[in-house]
Structure formats: structure tokens, C-alpha cells
Design a protein around this ligand. Structure first.
Ligand SMILES: C[C@](O)(CO)[C@H](O)COP(=O)(O)OP(=O)(O)OC[C@H]1O[C@@H](n2ccc(N)nc2=O)[C@H](O)[C@@H]1O
Ligand SMILES: Nc1ncnc2c1ncn2[C@@H]1O[C@H](COP(=O)(O)OP(=O)(O)OP(=O)(O)O)[C@@H](O)[C@H]1O
Length: 268
């Protein structure tokens, strides 16, 4: 069975407090985008993981798909061994949730392939164990997210009339380090209300709390956001903890001048 885990962007990200468990409470809007990995699972005699495409740092044993397999196996001891092949296409260290998406799609695939009978809520509970972003990808629909970023309220947000462009500069940001550099603060205007206002309003009001210190340390990323506004973006922002930056445009911009130094995904 083959599935196509998609990436997400964060439209707005307010980090409101540090939690006793070391994580942070936040509010954000997750919006799914059309950049995808390819994930194939077939039954096998032993558990095997291999991958192609982009280089994934770290050991294969730590891949979130393998972690997902062990998590399910604890509750479903009769689960057969599988061979997992991942074609990695979603940029890593990008704030696009690629690893989390692979894990969530792996859980959904295993549920369907082996008839585990898990509800959406049950799959989200498994996903939460693997990462804060992971539960979103079980349904992968636009949501307002809160708590650790793993509790959701569905929202009506349809950006299909616009062109979303995603720019990946030559920079990578570690999520844990990004959180260490941020000073949590209560929100003045909730994103839940702001996201319902016209896009023309977003530039002045919807912010990503990571941008302050990440932009200070990485002028390249700051520069990408500025360039997207220079090319006419209605709204531009770093996604999650970076390093990718997206722009929402009325029509496809000519970003050829940026292509030498960045990977650009049009119409995501
Ligand atoms: C930056 C975002 O992508 C925004 O959507 C997410 O908050 C990150 O989610 P994620 O990559 O799934 O995060 P996890 O793998 O659960 O955690 C990675 C690290 O990020 C930090 N972390 C993550 C989520 C959160 N609400 N508070 C945190 O402080 C923790 O230091 C944690 O060790
Ligand atoms: N399937 C996977 N794909 C990518 N990275 C993975 C995967 N499994 C584990 N990882 C580990 O997770 C790290 C970062 O993953 P990911 O791409 O999700 O982070 P990110 O781009 O910062 O996104 P976010 O912070 O929004 O989740 C990688 O450095 C890698 O070591």
C-alpha cells in the first residue's frame, strides 16, 4: 500500500507559556500544503526500513515510521513485520512537519492495511505520543491548534483561490533550539479571531513568535520573507520553527531571481 504524506504550514504562531513538562503551550493555524513524501508498506519476514530522496539525519531506527510501528506493535502484538520504503521529498528542518506527517500517514496506512479498527481519535492519540505536530496529519484539514499544538478546532479556511509559494533557503533550524530561544507571552489578539479577517489584514496582525530570534541569527531567512513581500505577497511568514518561508499571492509571482539560492515550490 502506498500513501503520500503531505506537509503543513503554520499561519501565525503564538507561544503563550512554558509548561512544567518542558513543552510550550501555543496557538497556531495548521494549513495542509501540496508537498508530499511517498510511503510504501508491504508485509515482510522482518521489520525493514529504507529510504530514497533527501538525506534524513540520524539513525534509521529513530525514524518516526519505525517509532510508529513499535508503538502500534505494543497494543497489537499480532501485527506482522513490514518493509517500509520512504521517498523523502519534504524538506527537513523546515518547519513543514515532514517527519510528523510520515508517522501519522504510517499509522493510518497500518490501520487500513491490517484492519486495526482504530477511530480517528484513537489514531490521533497514538500520533500525539510521537510528536506535537503529528496528530494534525491524521486528518490534515485546516485547524486552529492549541495546547502543545496537538488539540484542534476545525476552521473554514480555503486558500485555493490564491497561489501559495514555499521557499526553502539554504538553512536548517532545529525545533528544540528554536523553542529554547523564545520568550512565551500571553496573546493580545487570538489567532482564532484574526484568521477569519481578510488576508489584507494578516500582515499587520498575524505573527510567528519564532521569527524574532531566528531572523536575528539567520539574516538569510529574514531576507527571504522581505523578498516575498517585495514580489507582491499579500502575506508572508516563516512556517513553524523555520527555516522555510511561505508567501500567499494573488497570482503566481516571478521568483526566478531567488531560484539560485533557494529551493522554490510553486502552487502548493
Ligand atoms: C514548531 C511546530 O512545528 C509548530 O507547529 C511544532 O510545535 C513542533 O512540533 P514537533 O516537531 O512535532 O515537536 P516534537 O517532536 O513533539 O518536539 C520537539 C521539541 O520541540 C519542543 N516543543 C515542541 C512542541 C511544543 N508545543 N513545545 C515545545 O517546547 C520541545 O523542546 C521538544 O523537545
Ligand atoms: N520520516 C522522517 N522524515 C524526516 N525527518 C525525520 C523522520 N523521522 C525522524 N526524523 C528526524 O526528525 C528531524 C526533523 O524532522 P522534521 O522534518 O519533521 O522537522 P521540521 O522540518 O523541523 O518540522 P517541524 O518542526 O514542523 O515538525 C530530522 O532531523 C530527523 O532526524
Amino acid at each position: 500500500m502506498i500513501v503520500f504524506p503531505n506537509a503543513k504550514i503554520n499561519i501565525g504562531l503564538n507561544i503563550t507559556e512554558r509548561r512544567p513538562d518542558g513543552y510550550h503551550n501555543l496557538e497556531t493555524v495548521f494549513y495542509p500544503i501540496k508537498i508530499n513524501d511517498v510511503l510504501e508498506v508491504i508485509e515482510a519476514d522482518e521489520l525493514i526500513f529504507d529510504y530514497s530522496g533527501l538525506d534524513i539525519p540520524g539513525d534509521d531506527a529513530d525514524n518516526l515510521c519505525i517509532k510508529g510501528y513499535h508503538l502500534l506493535k505494543k497494543d497489537f502484538p499480532k501485527l506482522p513485520a513490514v518493509k517500509i520504503h520512504l521517498h523523502k521529498n519534504i524538506p527537513i528542518g523546515a518547519g513543514l512537519g515532514g517527519g510528523s506527517s510520515d508517522a501519522a500517514f504510517f499509522i493510518k496506512l497500518m490501520n487500513e492495511k491490517f484492519g486495526l479498527g482504530l477511530s480517528v481519535d484513537a489514531m490521533m492519540d497514538y500520533a500525539r505520543v510521537l510528536g506535537a505536530d503529528c496528530a494534525f496529519f491524521i486528518e490534515s484539514k485546516p485547524v486552529f491548534a492549541f495546547d502543545k499544538g496537538d488539540e484542534f478546532e476545525a476552521i473554514k479556511l480555503d486558500l485555493t483561490a490564491y497561489q501559495i509559494v514555499l521557499v526553502m533557503p539554504d538553512a536548517h533550524v532545529s525545533t528544540a533550539e528554536a523553542y529554547r530561544g523564545v520568550k512565551p507571552a500571553p496573546v493580545k489578539e487570538s489567532l482564532y479571531d484574526l484568521i477569519k479577517t481578510p488576508i489584507a489584514n494578516w500582515k499587520r496582525h498575524i505573527k510567528n513568535d519564532f521569527e524574532g530570534h531566528i531572523f536575528r541569527d539567520n539574516p538569510i531567512i529574514r531576507g527571504v520573507k522581505a523578498e516575498l513581500y517585495e514580489h507582491g505577497a499579500l502575506y508572508a511568514s516563516m512556517s513553524g520553527s523555520g527555516a522555510s518561508v511561505f508567501g500567499i499571492f494573488e497570482s503566481t509571482p516571478d521568483l526566478s531571481a531567488m531560484e539560485e539560492y533557494n529551493q522554490i515550490f510553486y502552487n502548493v
